[in-house]
Design a protein around this ligand. Structure first.
Ligand SMILES: C[S@@+](CC[C@H](N)C(=O)[O-])C[C@H]1O[C@@H](n2cnc3c(N)ncnc32)[C@H](O)[C@@H]1O
Length: 401
């Protein structure tokens, strides 16, 4: 039996572009739901129409009240590709919903450009900050970006110029699949000031200028990639720390005493659907964390003001905890370990003997591994090169069963 609720993806070609099955759902529905643009594609025939309010969720009770009458939601393209489908499925179980997708804007853009969909990064700035694109800007990368509106292509071009990717080819694809479809390309450097349609998507073929720093998403970015006041986990130690924390999609990190936020930033870059909270008591450092999160493409990093252990009680339980400062503060370790979810990892780095004494006690209590990381970097000594040691770091890593 066809479920009472259907979500039909519709393109710029309107009802004519729908399959027979999708058309039957639209025609057979007693209630139609959608944005003004979508509902305008169906001639008025006296059926009940619900225009999406803001926020969309505000209409969900009314939709539910119509059950078991047939309700058809009209959505753009593929409803489960950055569309209303995801939110509707948080309220209505999939068993009650029939979803009939049309090609997404990504598929249509690939078809026009001759790009293979699995070879491109599929991104959006619709309702999300443009800064979130940063970590995907890599030499040779191809990006497809859903727009927030007519201003988005210029904002993307500006970001590329800032990152010294001005030579990238940017294509704006307007009204894909409709009578008003149009494609225009330029380099980010020469991006023209011409008006762009509200409905557009953006394609970027990333090309770096010579000498542009390479910022991969694997942990261990150069120290110079971060703004800091000296409180930075150095590159080699940072890479080893992230390896022990093991970033996993969907998991949450607490970066306790985050300094400039480098560990949380790299956790989020490594797993684009992971979460992180940076806890920091100093407001000047909180500002640095926020700045690094923006510049390195993870504006979703939650920066929380406060002192451990007291402030930890307010946070959602973590899957991984990094204690970069505060290993000797009474109660910090105990609070982190207690909050950690099963399977979670706790990693603590110290450089003092007092810190080491604390780590040894923790190891005796709960097991885990102690590792000493001693890094020396070759630096000029007079006219020669000599090893300059960084302070050795003792690292404790334990997993909770
Ligand atoms: C909320 S998203 C919905 C995406 C949709 N679910 C899909 O599969 O294409 C809306 C954004 O998709 C892009 N988009 C959707 N249809 C488009 C079209 N026909 N031409 C160009 N861009 C389109 C625009 O960037 C628009 O702002």
């Amino acid at each position: 039996m066809t479920p009472w609720l259907s979500i039909v993806g519709i393109g710029e070609d309107g009802l004519d572009g729908l399959s027979a099955a999708a058309r039957a759902l639209v025609e057979g529905a007693e209630v139609l739901v959608g944005g003004e643009r979508h509902l305008a594609m169906v001639p008025e025939d006296g059926r009940r129409r619900i225009v999406w309010p803001k926020p969309l969720r505000a209409a969900f009770d009314e939709i539910a009240a119509h059950k078991p009458r047939r309700v058809c939601v009209l959505a753009t393209g593929d409803p489960l590709c950055f569309g209303v489908g995801r939110m509707l499925l948080q309220r209505f179980p999939i068993e009650e919903v029939a979803i009939l997708p049309s090609p997404s804007a990504f598929s249509l853009a690939c078809a026009r450009l001759g790009w293979s969909l699995p070879d491109v990064e599929t991104l959006t700035v619709h309702g999300r900050p443009v800064a979130a694109l940063q970590s995907f800007i890599q030499p040779g990368a191809r990006l497809l970006i859903l727009s927030a509106g007519s201003e988005s292509p210029a904002a993307v071009a500006a970001l590329l110029r800032e990152r010294r990717y001005g030579r990238s080819e940017v294509t704006v694809l307007e009204h894909l699949g409709g009578a008003k479809e149009s494609l225009r390309s330029s380099t980010a450097e020469d991006w023209p000031d011409d008006p762009v349609a509200e409905l557009n998507s953006i394609a970027v073929d990333c090309r770096a200028e010579p000498g542009t720093p390479l910022l991969p998403r694997t942990p261990g970015l150069p120290d110079a990639a971060f703004r800091h006041d000296g409180q930075l986990t150095k590159r080699e130690v940072r890479a080893a720390t992230l390896a022990a924390l093991a970033p996993v999609q969907g998991q949450r990190l607490w970066d306790v005493g985050a300094g400039c936020g480098s560990i949380a930033v790299e956790w989020l870059r490594a797993a684009p659907r992971a979460e992180a909270v940076a806890l920091e008591r100093r407001s000047d450092r909180m500002a640095l964390i926020a700045e690094n999160a923006q510049a390195l493409g993870v504006p979703r990093l939650a920066v929380v003001a406060g002192e451990a252990p007291a402030a930890l009680a307010e946070l959602e339980p973590p899957d991984a905890v990094f204690i970069g400062g505060g290993a000797t503060v009474p109660g910090v370790f105990e609070a982190c370990w207690a909050a950690l979810r099963p399977g979670g990892r706790l990693v603590a780095n110290v450089v003092t003997l007092e810190g080491e004494a604390a780590l040894l006690r923790w190891r005796q209590e709960i097991g885990g591994a102690l590792t000493r990381i001693a890094v020396s970097r070759a630096e000029p000594v007079g006219g020669f090169l000599g090893w300059r040691p960084l302070m050795p770091v003792t690292q404790f890593a334990a997993a909770k069963s």
